[in-house]
Ligand binder design. Structure first.
Ligand code: GLN
Length: 472
């Protein structure tokens, strides 16, 4: 039996009514992977026995009621490979659970499957995986977006009920947009980063990819909370996010940055976003044109800060402490050099080189310090904007999912397409991408996402507005 198309909340209710058991549900998901994943390659691996064992121990009365949740390959799950889709970490097995995973397990969630991604979360297409790309389930010639490529594609294809991903510059929201599912990146500090393999520590955040907004609310609630093991974790009360579903958006002021509605967007994206904004307006929201004056600088700032932090974070992968060691190495220096040379893919190397460059003496002030100063200005733009509006809306990405192979032709163009997602990470804000229409690209009709941003810790507002849009 394959997996009927149901949301996480629908499965939760089925489990509570005793119509299905957690073990049966795990088996259904496994079968749907066996049948459906060959087409899209969203999964790197899965551990049937571990999932079944947890399913036997769970209770339908818990918030997640024994539902299997698929996990991006950079989030540690005890006893499971955590490879970050890199050759370098191919032999690595996580010796502990990430805090988000232990919280999710305690809430009755069952981690099932390791999801494909861009290597070390660097990329926006899913093509940078050392284990081969994931394909977009809506059109196999197109990318699913990235770096949480497997998370978005599996939920869209129905081979996962819901998934966890990570977002450093858009890696949850952008693939969700390209695959027609809901991606929520929480406020920086809302979900512990303990056990998430670091890419850029001041930007990384774990979040959810789900079939709809209510599912996002339910899953988010289970992974949030203060954690002393993450020094940037914030001590904020965990809210009952599901209660924000179905609230009125009448009178809410939604800011539309003029810098986000430009002729640089694909015309089909502009059309879908404009019609979504009109629907929000017809539900009583007030649209306000706003300006984010430093919008032009965000991609440069992001790639300097993210690469700088990555070059430092990834120095721990030296062939000694984690993962693969080159069998060719004859001395210690060769262990470092050859293990890294053989283990990292080209995009990861490009970023380490770029990051080392901007941090090197003589260039530090010109690039890194300057980027940090502009980062504060970007954050100030949002503080200013949120004195006038409750939420900010615009496209999640300037185009629908590109063709496979396109990013190899022009890396810079691919970086530039992160323009609408990186600001939330630079400013630490929560953001959600909700499907809002479709657009034609290279002969295929593909989903378009509307991005909503809110002030720090106002995920509830994103859920209210996102749900209103989804319903409309
Ligand atoms: N596309 C961005 C990058 O390649 C974002 C990645 C992410 O959020 N992990 O850096």
């Amino acid at each position: 039996m394959t997996l009927p198309s149901k949301t996480l909340v629908e499965w939760r209710d089925c489990l509570r009514r005793g119509e299905v058991s957690s073990v049966e549900l795990v088996n259904m998901v496994l079968e749907s992977i066996a049948q459906g994943d060959k087409r899209i390659h969203a999964y790197l691996s899965y551990d049937k026995e571990a999932a079944i064992q947890l399913a036997h121990q769970t209770s339908p009365n818990l918030p997640l009621a024994g539902i299997p949740i698929a996990i991006k390959d950079n989030i540690s799950v005890l006893g499971q490979p955590t490879r970050c889709a890199s050759r370098l970490l191919a032999p690595y097995i996580a010796p502990y659970d990430a805090t988000a995973i232990s919280l999710m397990k305690a809430a009755g969630g069952i981690p099932l499957g390791r999801l494909n991604m861009d290597e070390f979360a660097m990329g926006s297409t899913g093509e940078n995986s050392a284990f081969g790309p994931t394909l977009n389930p809506h059109a196999l010639g197109h990318v699913p977006g990235g770096s949480s490529s497997g998370s978005a594609a599996s939920v869209a294809a129905g081979t996962a009920i819901a998934a966890l991903g990570s977002d450093t510059g858009g890696s949850i929201r952008q693939p969700a947009s390209h695959c027609g599912v809901v991606g929520l990146k929480p406020t920086y500090g809302r979900v512990s980063r303990y056990g998430l393999v670091a890419f850029a520590s001041s930007l990384d955040q774990i979040g959810t990819i789900t079939r709809d907004v209510r599912d996002a609310a339910v899953l988010l609630e289970t992974i949030c909370g203060y954690d002393s093991k993450d020094s940037t974790s914030q001590n904020q009360p965990v809210e009952h996010f599901e209660a924000y579903v179905g609230r009125d958006i009448k009178g809410k002021k939604i800011g539309v940055p003029k810098e986000y509605m430009t002729s640089g967007n694909h015309p089909g994206v502009t059309q879908a976003v404009q019609s979504a904004l009109k629907r929000l307006e017809s539900l009583g929201a007030e649209l306000v044109e706003i300006s984010l004056p430093h919008a032009e600088a965000v991609v440069s700032v992001y790639y300097i800060v993210a690469c700088a932090e990555a070059s430092s974070n990834l120095s721990r992968f030296d062939g000694v402490r984690y993962g693969q060691r080159s069998p060719q190495a004859r001395d210690l220096n060769e262990v470092f050099e050859l293990s890294r040379e053989e283990g990292f893919g080209p995009e990861v190397k490009r970023r380490i080189i770029l990051g080392t460059y901007v941090l090197s003496s003589g260039y530090y002030d010109a690039y890194y310090s300057r980027a940090q100063r502009v980062r504060s200005l970007v954050a100030q733009d949002f503080t200013e904007a949120f004195t006038k509006v409750d939420l900010i809306a615009g496209p999640t990405a300037p185009t629908p999912a590109p063709l496979l192979g396109a990013s190899e032709i022009d890396h810079l163009q691919t970086y530039l397409e992160d323009i609408y997602t990186v600001p939330a990470n630079l400013a630490g804000l929560p953001g959600i991408s909700v499907p809002c229409g479709v657009a034609e690209i290279a002969g295929a009709c593909l989903p378009v996402g509307l991005q909503l941003l809110a002030p720090h810790f106002k995920e509830g507002e994103l859920i209210t507005a996102g749900y209103a849009l989804e319903k409309s």
